[in-house]
Design a protein around this ligand. Structure first.
Ligand SMILES: NC(=O)C1=CN([C@@H]2O[C@H](COP(=O)(O)OP(=O)(O)OC[C@H]3O[C@@H](n4cnc5c(N)ncnc54)[C@H](OP(=O)(O)O)[C@@H]3O)[C@@H](O)[C@H]2O)C=CC1
Ligand SMILES: O=C(O)C1=N[C@H](C(=O)O)C[C@H](O)C1
Length: 273
């Protein structure tokens, strides 16, 4: 491991993404697995985080607060839930740590709170850390510009596992925002998130969202552009959480040592502009 390998802490280390992140950091020679945080008072406190991830002993015991790991890490990776993420962001701002946030489902107020830290700490915030999804966002920009004003109806369809708590997914919302922005529309005004009963025909400019929750689906997103006589579908399918975890580790290595600001995966991958 290089002397400049960032020391990474993972919060929510017993979760679906937390466990995958432990494996991803462990596989990255240019990063050090420094700490793993579980919920305050968790019975998993003190358990080796390698054991939690099914990798065997790694010599890092889970702690139940960020304060307990304060001197051990340079960058925190957080895939938990909105209120926990905001508390961890406040901690990172206070203690000069960079943070990678993968948590989705933040409401407008929580997003504004997150944004309020942009002058105090380096934040990497993205609803999907996979390279494939971030490339898909660029393809969507191009497709929307070419097709959007030519009478194509736009619908976003996503499917995830039965445990997911937020809907639509953060990725689906991001895809909708990218398409809306490319067309000069506002997603707040034109997003349609439910159709039931006698809801009438769709309007030309609406961007519809449909959600599936079933079994162990890791994450699938399709944006459909449909008109009389043809339809184009741009689809991304994740078949392993490792794609998100590897992206997050890449993001952690990128964001550590940056100036305060709110960055995303497009910055990491050089896809801006
Ligand atoms: N940006 C991206 O690329 C991706 C984002 N996500 C997002 O990541 C988030 C987590 O997803 P997932 O891993 O499936 O969810 P899980 O519920 O499996 O994991 C969340 C973990 O956070 C833990 N947790 C809750 N509160 C605290 C706390 N105060 N301190 C420490 N740990 C805490 C939970 O512990 P406990 O179980 O004890 O409650 C749980 O282990 C979701 O918002 C999801 O949408 C997911 C995949 C990719
Ligand atoms: O909860 C998940 O699992 C996922 N959440 C993210 C989202 O809401 O977009 C990303 C990924 O699709 C998996």
């Amino acid at each position: 491991m290089s002397r400049n390998a960032p020391r990474i802490a993972i919060v929510g280390v017993a979760g679906r993404m937390g466990r995958t992140l432990v494996a991803a950091v462990e596989q990255e020679p240019q990063a050090e697995l420094a700490a793993g945080i579980v919920e305050p008072g968790s019975s998993l406190t003190g358990v080796d985080i390698g054991e939690l991830a099914g990798l065997g002993r790694l010599g890092v015991a889970a702690v139940d607060s960020l304060a307990a790991a304060k001197d051990d890490f340079d960058v925190l990776i957080d895939f938990t839930q909105p209120r926990v993420t905001l508390a961890n962001l406040a901690f990172c701002a206070e203690h000069g740590k960079a943070i990678v946030i993968g948590t989705t489902g933040l409401d407008d107020d929580e997003l504004a709170q997150l944004d309020g830290y942009r002058d105090r700490v380096a934040i990497l915030f993205a609803p999907n850390m996979s390279v494939g999804v971030n490339l898909t966002l660029k393809l969507l920009e191009t497709a929307a510009r070419a097709l959007g004003d030519e009478g194509y109806d736009i619908e976003v369809i996503e499917a995830h596992h039965r445990h997911k708590v937020d809907s639509p997914s953060g990725t689906a919302l991001k895809m909708g925002e990218v398409v809306a922005e490319s067309l000069g529309r506002s997603l707040k005004e034109h997003g349609v998130f439910a159709r039931e009963g006698q809801c009438g025909p769709r309007s030309d400019k609406e961007i519809g969202f449909a959600t599936v929750r079933a079994g162990d689906i890791v994450g699938e997103h399709t944006v459909m552009f449909a008109t009389e006589g043809e339809r184009i579908e741009i689809t991304h399918k994740a078949s392993s959480r490792m794609t998100f975890a590897k992206g997050a580790v890449r993001a952690a290595r990128w964001v550590v040592g940056r100036d305060a600001g709110c960055y995303d995966m497009q910055d990491v991958l050089g896809l801006k502009g």
